[in-house]
Design a protein around this ligand. Sequence first.
Ligand SMILES: *Cc1c(COP(=O)(O)O)cnc(C)c1O
Ligand code: SF4
Length: 412
Amino acid sequence: MLNYNGIPRWKNVKSTEFSNHIWQEANSVRNAHQLQEVLLDSTPPNMLKEINKGLELAPMVSRATPYLISLIDWDNWINDPIRRQFIPIESEMEPDHPMSVLDPMGEQKDSPTPGLVHRYPDKALFLVTHVCPVYCRYCTRGYAIGTDTDTVSKQSLGPTRARIESVIRYLEKNSDIEDVVISGGDAFRLQPEVLTKVCSELLNIPHIRRIRIATKGLAVLPMKITSDHGWTNAIIDLADQARRLLKQFSIQTHFNHPKEITGYTTEAMKILFSAGVQVRNQSVLLRRVNDSDEVMLTLIKMLSDINIQPYYVYVGDMTRGAEDLRTSLDVAISIEKSIRGRTAGYNIPTFVVDLPEGGGKRDVHSYESYDRERGIATFKSPVISNSREYRYYDPISYLSKQGKSYWNFTAK
Ligand SMILES: *Cc1c(COP(=O)(O)O)cnc(C)c1O
Ligand code: SF4
């Protein structure tokens, strides 16, 4: 289904092995040295140095599945949209925006108990684990996700029994909460027993009506759905259990580029869709990955074809170490304008900015003011605060000369 045999090290790997999640996990690539061992003579010149330096500067550790490695066009690796998301290289990195922070959405201050973010009136975000099957360079939870790096030591959010219990007690006591997003980290990293226990307990709380499981897994390791029967059956059983209670149980996933959708994805979706498990997608708008009308429309149409509903497109968060991946707010506004109407309205995602300092998600068009010269947009967010104003800042490299000089930015 996929030409992974073009990757020298996997030339003789059988398709039964490649399509097994255990093989994928065991052969995941974490650093430049391992990548070289996989690519052998096809290793691009300069790659080792570029990646080693990139990793030193990055706030996230790196990890990519063989599946992703095989989707990268190594003859054009610098511009490859998948390489850009997972493997940092020194020469493309940009200085962080002066207003960027490690926890751009201020999640740590909205946490009543460790690993629970309660920001909105009737919904809460449960960060049940701090590990993922891959690590994205632009992750908004650089403060917690993955292991420590040269530049960041992480807050610990492992799926310990005590932490899970304390979150469940909080949710039980707060009857305003109807909707729980189980995220992290990635739910692919939870044992089926833990997933079942946590979700069954939540389904048993009468005021909780909706549960969403967040995983990027479908996009980076679809073989988990087709080969990890314990995990997939746990999801299907929970969806059945929820349906009997007239409650919602769904998956939220994270595809960013059409290249991430393959025959493996289709096989995985056949299982989930035919079992009645609803899947929605949240993309992040990323520079030189999906910041064009064409790529975004193709992505949306391909997701729709396999019954994954495009839900949100997020403007990049103001996190550290991934400035070269952010776009301006204007790019989001312009792509949205171009694609609306090109397919079913329910498959056109809402373009949002998740405001720094905990302002929450807002439609990109709903700014109060937008100073395009300095790249400063202001927003109100009545659901969070009636008086506060929140700001989102465009990357400095998008600004005019005057705008750049305002930020005292010396271009590379
Ligand atoms: C995104 C988010 C949610 C879910 O928001 P929806 O707009 O309903 O998808 C809940 N809590 C927090 C803290 C979030 O960031
Ligand atoms: S899968 Fe999600 S939580 Fe994990 S590194 Fe990527 S963006 Fe962060």
